[in-house]
Design a protein around this ligand. Structure first.
Ligand SMILES: Cc1ncc(COP(=O)(O)O)c(C=O)c1O
Length: 361
């Protein structure tokens, strides 16, 4: 029997560039040679306060021997109440990533356009669906280049993916920018994964623009990244079509009850969000005081720093050897930048100690 199975498979996947995920903590701890509990995880924009006890209790009490509701009625209703839209405008998924994928599969676009630098998942999922990715570089100050995005539509792009606040640059879109983008004549997906930390939501514009879809998640503010639950808000017809093609059971029972519990107790969770925002500002100022890392203003739960006089990669490596994990980008437009998530005060203290130790090297 020939062992070459590749002839049965898509040839364009042979040299597929994989998505760069964060590594599991136990693997990292073993690699670095320190206990897992000593790692300071500032590389993936998670909420390090963790989920509140009520969410753990809700999961423990859930009946997960039964399949989840494919119509997601209870969760869509709770989200609609939170976002102030109608339940039939909401579609839930296994993280925001799932909604990005559903949207691409709903359109099967010849191309999508993204405003770079930005979140890597749009590019990855588009390529999986055989869509070409038109990268439209952001202008100075990392604002989206609206006329150039318009030219991308002329070049075949059928969906524009914009992140607001943007990951990793931290800046958000204005309503005027979203309006201009929606007027260009493509679907406009505004990914608001970090909106609870700052920035202006595009949700109020949904009434005026049926081609607008807002994507959000429980991963960041509600500390549910590991459970995988996100949602899209759109015109009811677009939402209906997304509901029709999603995997029926794409939100697990555990994720569903956890997300509803998070919404029920949101006032308390949003207190940790306020702490993270305060810590972002404190971390930014303390790191800036070192004199060789310039913070960009951020409306999110992370800060992008421009590195002066050292290589960004070397800084990432040196911090990693001390158990402090941050994000470094192996791409030309971010060659001299690092992204650091805002954590708890003790996380900032460990970061600062590690950065100071690095100065004496
Ligand atoms: C802009 C953006 N969108 C979506 C996600 C992923 O969200 P989820 O965990 O809900 O799939 C991330 C995670 O880093 C992100 O930065």
């Amino acid at each position: 029997m020939p062992t070459d199975i590749t002839r049965y498979l898509r040839p364009d996947f042979e040299d597929l560039e994989p998505y760069t995920p964060v590594q599991p903590l136990d693997v990292l701890a073993a690699e670095i040679g320190i206990p897992e509990s000593d790692l300071v995880k500032l590389d993936a924009n998670e909420n390090l306060y963790g989920p509140i006890p009520e969410i753990r209790a809700a999961i423990a009490n859930s009946d997960f021997h039964i399949y989840p509701d494919p119509g997601q009625a209870a969760l869509r209703g709770a989200i609609a109440d939170y976002v102030q839209v109608l339940p039939d405008q909401v579609v839930c998924g296994s993280g925001a990533d799932d909604l990005i994928d559903i949207l691409i599969r709903l359109v099967v676009p010849e191309a999508i356009a993204i405003a770079t630098p930005t979140f890597g998942m749009y590019d990855f999922l588009a390529r999986i669906s055989r869509a070409r990715v038109v990268e439209v570089p952001r202008t100075a100050g990392f604002a989206p280049d609206v006329p150039a995005l318009g030219r991308a539509i002329a070049d075949g792009a059928r969906i524009l993916f914009l992140t607001s606040p943007n990951n990793p640059t931290g800046n958000g879109l204005s309503h005027a920018e979203v309006e201009q983008l929606c007027a260009l004549g493509a679907l406009v997906a505004v990914d608001e994964a970090y909106i609870e930390f700052g920035g202006l939501s595009a949700v109020p514009l949904l009434d005026r623009f049926p081609n607008l879809v807002v994507i959000r998640t429980f991963s960041k503010w509600a500390a549910l990244a590991g459970l995988r639950v996100g949602y899209a808000v759109a015109h009811p017809e677009l939402a209906r079509r997304m509901m029709a093609i999603k995997q029926p059971y794409n939100v697990s029972v555990a994720a569903d009850v956890a997300a509803r519990s998070a919404l029920l107790h949101r006032a308390r969770i949003l207190e940790t969000v306020r702490c993270i925002v305060a810590e972002r500002e404190r971390m930014s100022a303390l790191v800036a005081d070192l004199g060789w890392l310039r913070p960009l203003p951020s409306e999110s739960n992370f800060v992008l720093f421009e590195v002066h006089g050292r290589s960004a990669r070397a800084v990432r490596q040196a911090l990693r050897s001390k158990g402090v994990l941050i994000r470094y980008y192996d791409r030309p437009d971010l060659a001299n930048y690092i992204r650091i998530s805002a954590g708890r005060p003790e996380d900032t203290d460990r970061l600062l100690a590690a950065l100071r130790a690095l100065e004496t090297l």
